[in-house]
Design a protein around this ligand. Structure first.
Ligand code: HXC
Length: 514
C-alpha cells in the first residue's frame, strides 16, 4: 500500500475509533451529564500532550455480528499534567458499557507496564459495567492481569482512580487496589453487585446511588477518598492531588515557591483552643495556620471525621498531615479512624512524604461494638504504620495525649524523629477525672464530701501527672513549645530531616494485621 493510501486508511480508522460506540451513545453519555473518554482525557491532560496507544486494536468477535469497533472500550496512552508525564486510561462507556474484555485488559495492562517501568503516575478514568459477559473467562483473566499490575506498581508509582459512571464487579476492584479513589457526586457509583441482585439474594431494597454513590462511599464505606461535584471539577482535584506527589518512590515531590515564610509565627493560634480542656475545636484551624498559605488538601474528608488526614506544604515541600479532630467524637481513636490514618501514613512512607502529626486524643474508644469489630487489630494497624514508616516524622501534642493513643499517634517510641508538646498539653495514662476513680477509690468512698475530695484528688493528679514535663524529662518529647512557634519549629525539623536515612531490617515484607 502506498504511503498516501495507507495514511488515508489510518485517518479513517482513527476517526472510527474516535467515535467509540457511535453518535447515539455519545449523545446518551452527554445527556447523562458525562463526558466521553476522549473528552475526559483532554480535560485532564495538558493541551496536545496526549499520545494514544492501541487506537487500532479491535475487540474480539463476540458472536453478535455487527461492526468490529476500533480501540474497543478503552482509550489508553500517556501525556502530561502540569508538565509532568503520566500514564492514563479512560474506559469508554459508549462501547459495550465500557466493559472489560481481553483486548481492553491488554490495552490497560500495556499502559500500566509503561507507567511502572518509567516511574510515572497512572491515572484510571473508570466508567464500566465490569467483566464483558460475552467474553467469559477471558474478561476475568484481563482483570486478574490488571490486579497483579496494580499490586506490583503499589508503592512504586502513585495510582489514582477516578470513578465517572456506574462501575460494577471487576471495575471496582482495580480502583480498590490503587492509592486514591475520586468519585463524582450524582453520576458515579461503585458496587460489586447492583440493587437487583441484592434484592434477589438478601431482599434488601436499595438504589444505585444509595448503595454505591459518591457520598455513600466517601462517608460510610470509606472506599472513596474524594467526592466532588462535577466531572471537570473532579479532574481538577486529581491534578491538585498530583501536585503534592512525587512521580515515583525514588523521586521527590515537586517543590513549590509558596511565598509563605517558614519563620512565620502562628500568632492567633491560641484563640482556637477553648478554655475548657474537653471542649471541641476544629483542628483544621490549626492545620490552616501551620501549613503554607493554609493550602490543605484533605483526604477522606467525610469518613471517620474524628481523624483528619491530608496533604499540604511546609517551606514549599509536601507533607502528609495526620491530626486527631476534637470536633468529632472528641478526636477519639476508633476502628475507622485508625484504618484511615494507618493507610495514609503508609502511603506517605512509600512515597517519601514526611509526616506531621498533630495529637489531641483522649484515648481509644471503649465499647462492645468496637471490641467485637476488632479495634484491637485495627488500632494495631496504626501502631504498625507509624513504627514501620522511615520517612521524617514530626509530632506535636497540642492539648492531650492519653493512654495507648499517646503511643499510637506518632510517639517517639514508634520512631518519630522530633516530638514537641505545646505548653499546657497533658501526657498521661488517662485524664485525672477518670484516674481518681481507679487509683483513689477507697479515699473517695471514705470521704465525708466525696465531690470535694474528688476535686482535690484531680487537682493533685493534674499537678503531678497531667502535664508534658515528665515526658520532656524522659526525652519522650524533645521540647515544650509556645504554640505560636509551631510552624517555625516544624519547618526547622523538616529541614534538618531532609537527609534522614533509615531502613527496616531486611525482610520480604512485614505482616501488618490486615
Ligand atoms: C457486556 C455490558 C456490560 C457487561 C453493560 N453492558 N455492562 N456489556 N458486559 N458487563 C452494555 C449493555 O448491554 C448496554 O449495551 C451498554 O453496555 C450500556 O448498558 P446499560 O445497561 O444500557 O446502561 P445503564 O442502564 O447505565 O446501566 C449500567 C450498568 C448495567 C449499571 C453498569 O449495564 C449493569 O448492571 N451491567 C452489568 C454489571 C455487571 O453485573 N457486570 C459483571 C460484573 S462481574 P447496548 O448495546 O444496549 O448499548 C465482574 C467479575 C470480575 O466484573 C471479577 C473480578 C474480581
Amino acid at each position: 500500500m502506498a504511503i498516501e493510501e495507507s495514511l488515508a486508511t489510518l485517518r479513517e480508522l482513527k476517526e472510527r475509533a474516535a467515535l467509540g460506540g457511535g453518535q447515539n451513545r455519545v449523545d446518551a453519555q452527554h445527556a447523562r451529564g458525562k463526558l466521553t473518554a476522549r473528552e475526559r482525557i483532554d480535560t485532564l491532560l495538558d493541551p496536545a500532550s496526549f499520545e494514544e496507544l492501541d487506537a487500532l486494536a479491535v475487540h474480539l468477535d463476540n458472536g453478535e455480528g455487527g461492526e468490529r469497533l476500533y480501540g474497543d472500550a478503552v482509550v489508553t496512552g500517556w501525556g502530561r499534567i502540569d508538565g509532568r508525564s503520566v500514564g492514563v486510561f479512560a474506559q469508554d462507556f459508549t462501547v459495550f458499557g465500557g466493559s472489560l474484555g481481553e483486548v481492553v485488559g491488554d490495552k490497560i495492562a500495556k499502559a500500566m507496564d509503561l507507567a511502572t517501568k518509567t516511574g510515572i503516575p497512572m491515572i484510571g478514568l473508570n466508567d464500566s459495567g465490569g467483566a464483558r459477559i460475552q467474553e467469559g473467562v477471558g474478561s476475568l483473566a484481563g482483570y486478574g492481569e490488571i490486579f497483579r499490575r496494580n499490586v506490583r506498581a503499589s508503592g512504586v508509582i502513585p495510582q489514582l482512580s477516578v470513578i465517572l459512571g456506574p462501575c460494577a464487579g471487576g471495575a471496582v476492584y482495580s480502583p480498590a487496589l490503587t492509592d486514591f479513589i475520586f468519585m463524582v457526586e450524582g453520576t458515579s457509583q461503585m458496587f460489586l453487585t447492583g440493587p437487583d441482585v441484592i434484592a434477589s439474594v438478601t431482599g434488601e431494597q436499595t438504589t444505585f446511588e444509595e448503595l454505591g454513590g459518591a457520598n455513600s462511599h466517601a462517608s460510610k464505606s470509606g472506599v472513596s477518598h474524594f467526592a466532588v461535584e462535577g466531572e471537570q471539577e473532579t479532574l481538577e482535584e486529581v491534578k491538585r492531588l498530583l501536585s503534592f506527589l512525587p512521580s515515583n518512590n525514588m523521586d521527590d515531590a515537586p517543590t513549590v515557591d509558596t511565598g509563605d515564610p517558614t519563620d512565620r509565627r502562628m500568632e492567633d493560634v491560641l484563640s482556637i483552643l477553648p478554655a475548657e480542656s474537653q471542649s471541641p475545636y476544629d483542628v483544621r484551624d490549626v492545620i490552616e495556620r501551620l501549613v503554607d498559605n493554609g493550602d490543605f488538601m484533605e483526604v477522606h474528608e467525610l469518613f471517620a471525621q474524628n481523624m483528619v488526614v491530608g496533604f499540604a506544604r511546609i517551606g514549599g515541600r509536601s507533607v502528609g498531615v495526620v491530626a486527631n479532630q476534637p470536633l468529632y467524637l472528641a478526636g477519639v481513636l476508633d476502628i475507622d479512624s485508625s484504618r484511615k490514618a494507618a493507610r495514609f501514613v503508609r502511603f506517605c512512607d512509600a512515597f517519601n512524604i514526611p509526616i506531621v502529626t498533630l495529637v489531641d486524643v483522649p484515648g481509644f474508644l471503649p465499647g462492645v461494638s468496637q471490641e467485637y469489630g476488632g479495634i484491637i487489630s485495627h488500632g494495631a494497624k496504626l501502631v504498625y504504620a507509624y513504627a514501620e514508616a522511615t520517612v521524617p516524622k514530626v509530632t506535636i501534642i497540642l492539648r492531650k495525649a492519653f493512654g495507648g493513643a499517646y503511643d499510637a499517634m506518632g510517639s517517639k517510641h514508634l520512631g518519630a524523629d522530633v516530638n514537641y508538646a505545646w505548653a499546657g498539653a497533658a501526657v498521661a495514662v488517662m485524664a485525672g477525672s477518670q484516674a481518681v476513680n481507679i487509683i483513689n477509690r477507697r479515699e473517695l468512698q471514705a470521704a465525708d464530701d466525696e465531690d470535694a475530695e474528688r476535686q482535690r484528688l484531680i487537682a493533685d493528679y493534674e499537678e503531678e501527672l497531667e502535664h508534658p514535663y515528665i515526658a520532656a524529662a524522659n526525652g519522650y518529647i524533645d521540647d515544650v513549645i509556645d504554640p505560636r512557634d509551631t510552624r517555625i519549629k516544624v519547618a526547622k525539623a523538616l529541614e534538618m530531616l531532609r537527609t534522614k536515612s533509615e531502613s527496616m531490617p531486611p525482610k520480604k515484607h512485614g505482616s501488618i494485621p490486615l
